[in-house]
Design a protein around this ligand. Structure first.
Ligand code: C2E
Ligand code: MG
Ligand code: MG
Ligand code: MG
Length: 295
């Protein structure tokens, strides 16, 4: 008993862990300032139709330009924001910014082929009682039609409980599209997509990795099963994290409707993305050329 307690307190004060805890506390307090100082911005990663190669939309991804630490990637602050609740105002900002930007692209001639903008939503946001009202207001204020908004949620969010499930149904009633992100990594994938009003399955990058190498039959089998399931249920599919032409060819063969990944375009700020759209609108359709834009 005493030994166990001694071990526990040693773990609690282990220096590395202590440093991490302090980092999280600092990140947490700095994040509030970052929101106020407008240090956050969005990058947009193209989602392409795998048959035509054309851009049909984007996933919006948040970035933090820290005054001293430089560019901070989401895994370094999103989990902290989820824990301290800042994800709610942060996510509200992301939602408005993404809707406003997508509405601007849709209004341009080069945006004629666009169908939807993806916005990642954390479970903490879905639990917030004002979330449906926030989404409604963001759409009304930016003039974006609900069908143009794709909310990306994870399997664990859907399984959070009846409140989140009611929220997802309300969002679907609103006409917003729902995408199951990182699909295939969760526990109860199959029953989940049948029980909830999902529109899009996003196959997790871990299944795309190695899909083209002959010995990885397990991942290929999952990718194949997900495509089959989606076809049966009439859902769209997006394969995430496509990095090479062999993966692209395999996923197209398997029937994936859309793809996303460094091969098809890196996440880029709004201005670069506007230029990309204009450039591709002037090209002959069918040429999905690998994009070298910096993140
Ligand atoms: P996610 O929603 O699954 O987003 C896809 C991630 O994969 C992005 O990382 C993207 O940059 C990266 N990615 C795309 N294609 C490739 C590829 O070909 N190779 C590799 N190696 N990576 C690729 P990012 O931007 O660092 O975001 C990481 C995660 O952070 C996201 O995963 C999402 O869960 C979360 N996140 C990002 N932005 C937001 C946000 O605005 N709100 C919330 N709640 N979460 C966000
Ligand atoms: Mg996502
Ligand atoms: Mg994902
Ligand atoms: Mg992922």
């Amino acid at each position: 008993q005493a030994k166990a307690a001694g071990k526990a307190s040693w773990v609690l004060f282990e220096p590395r862990m202590r440093r991490e805890l302090m980092d999280h506390a600092r990140v947490g307090s700095e994040l509030l300032l970052a929101l106020e100082r407008e240090e956050l911005f969005l990058v947009y990663q193209p989602v392409r139709d795998l048959d035509t190669g054309r851009i049909t939309g984007f996933e919006s991804l948040v970035r933090w330009q820290h005054p001293e630490r430089g560019l901070v990637p989401p895994p370094a602050f999103i989990p902290v924001a989820e824990r301290n609740g800042l994800i709610v105002p942060l996510g509200r900002w992301v939602l408005r910014e993404a809707c406003a930007q997508f509405a601007r692209w849709l209004a341009e001639p080069s945006g004629a082929g666009l169908t939807g903008i993806g916005v990642n939503v954390a479970v903490r946001q879905l639990r917030d009682p004002t979330f449906v009202a926030d989404v409604t207001a963001a759409l009304a204020d930016t003039g974006l039609r609900p069908a143009h908004l794709i909310l990306e949620v994870t399997e664990s969010s859907v399984l959070d409980g009846p409140d989140v499930q009611a929220t997802l149904r309300a969002l679907h009633e609103l006409g917003v599209q729902l995408a199951l992100d990182d699909f295939g990594t969760g526990q109860s994938s199959l029953s989940l997509v049948r029980a909830f009003p999902m529109d899009i399955l996003k196959l997790d990058k871990s299944f795309v990795d190695g899909i083209a190498d002959g010995d990885d039959r397990g991942r290929l089998a999952v990718a194949d099963a997900v495509a089959g399931l989606a076809a049966t249920l009439g859902l769209q599919t997006v394969a995430e994290g496509i990095e090479d032409v062999e993966q692209l060819a395999r996923l197209t063969e398997l029937g994936y409707t859309s793809g996303q990944g460094y091969l098809l375009g890196r996440p880029a700020p709004a201005a670069d993305t506007t230029a990309l759209l204009a450039r591709e609108a002037g090209e002959t359709p069918g040429a999905a050329e690998p994009d070298g834009a910096a993140e």
